[in-house]
Design a protein around this ligand. Structure first.
Ligand SMILES: NCc1[nH]cc(CCC(=O)O)c1CC(=O)O
Length: 331
């Protein structure tokens, strides 16, 4: 007996198609049902690209969510870092699968590492979070670099290095890995140098709140540790009242004394790690002023505990003047 295919709504970009395809395979495995990708188009391709550049990624999330609400598709996959912190009542995050590498990386000319970039090197990134932290590191370590605001998709950004316009660009490891360009990375930026965006490297699988059976099936893809980690990170972001373009980094992972192989996964090799470290950073894009705090405690057991943890760290950051550093916006 063949069952009806589940419809997965997706954007057309290389990254969206890659991550939707991967989730489609996993859903197909757990449900035994075929999954069909349904491309969601909003405006013409040109204006879509244009909107991506001026309006950020929120417009795409909205288009996918509208398709879910209209019943045109059964579920959708988002990059968690692009998802607004507010959740519409009619939709649920049915699964947050195991997180990919959350780090930022550089793709530089001549296989250069970040700290080997020559004086005056031009590094492209449109993200105030990346600018702030790269500039803060450069100030502290006597590096002479210039961050250059750029926009566009991953291919466009790497193109700026290939055509010689820039010495390096900063991108998320997860995105490059998912589109099969991970080998072009020339250096991984330690999260001690650049904290990733809240939710970076994680995916969100969303479906209508009234589809109990589907929710239960999708829940098999959920990774409980990734879920509490990103919940704490996003709660911190929300409590700072920062938008997706604010210079805010956050990462919940295992404390530094945990063996590297199990970082990010407390259940690896049957070992249960009971502690989680949450770090947050806010800074001015020139890197001259930063507020960076961390807290380590038991891994939250519930959504509410994770939310409280993020809120508490945000409150401490605000008490140290974080709000005054967030005035700047990306372009
Ligand atoms: N801002 C765009 C975006 N949204 C998600 C990713 C890929 C990484 C991820 O899933 O976190 C990227 C590209 C990038 O930041 O380099």
């Amino acid at each position: 007996m063949t069952e009806k295919a589940l419809r997965l709504g997706t954007r057309r970009s290389r990254l969206a198609m890659a991550q939707s395809g991967q989730v489609a395979d996993a859903v197909s495995q757990v449900t035994g049902r075929p999954v069909e990708l349904v491309e969601i188009t909003t405006y013409g391709d040109t204006s879509r690209e244009h909107l991506a550049q001026i309006g950020g990624t929120g417009v795409f999330v909205t288009a996918l969510r509208d398709a879910l609400l209209r019943g045109e598709v059964d579920f959708a996959v988002h990059s968690l870092k692009d998802l607004p912190t507010s959740q519409p009542e009619e939709l649920v995050l049915a699964a947050v699968p195991v997180r990919e590498d959350p780090r930022d990386v550089i793709v530089a000319r001549d296989a250069l590492k970040f700290t080997d970039l020559p004086r005056g090197a031009r590094i492209g990134t449109g993200s105030p979070r990346r600018m702030a932290q790269l500039n803060a590191y450069a100030r502290a370590h006597g590096l002479d670099i210039e961050t250059v605001p750029i926009r566009g998709n991953v291919d466009t950004r790497i193109g700026y290095v290939r055509d010689g316009g820039l010495d390096a660009v900063v991108l998320a490891a997860a995105g490059l890995n998912r589109i099969g360009r991970g080998e072009e990375v020339t250096d991984f930026l330690s999260v001690d140098t650049v904290l990733p965006a809240p939710g970076q490297g994680a995916l969100a699988v969303e479906c209508p709140a009234d589809r109990a059976e589907l929710i239960a099936a999708l829940a098999e893809l959920d990774d409980p540790f990734t879920r509490v980690a990103v919940t704490a990170e996003r709660s911190l972001l929300a409590a700072l009242e920062a938008g997706c373009s604010a210079p805010v980094g956050a990462l919940a992972d295992l404390p530094p004394y945990a063996a590297p192989f199990e970082r990010g996964n407390p259940h690896a090799d049957g070992q249960i790690v009971k502690e989680m470290r949450l770090r947050g950073v806010v800074g001015t894009t020139d890197g001259s002023r930063m507020v960076q705090l961390s807290t380590t405690g038991p891994v939250p057991e519930t959504h509410d505990q994770a939310t409280t943890l993020g809120r508490q760290l945000a409150a401490e950051m605000l008490a140290q003047g974080a709000a005054g550093l967030m005035g700047e916006r990306a372009q």
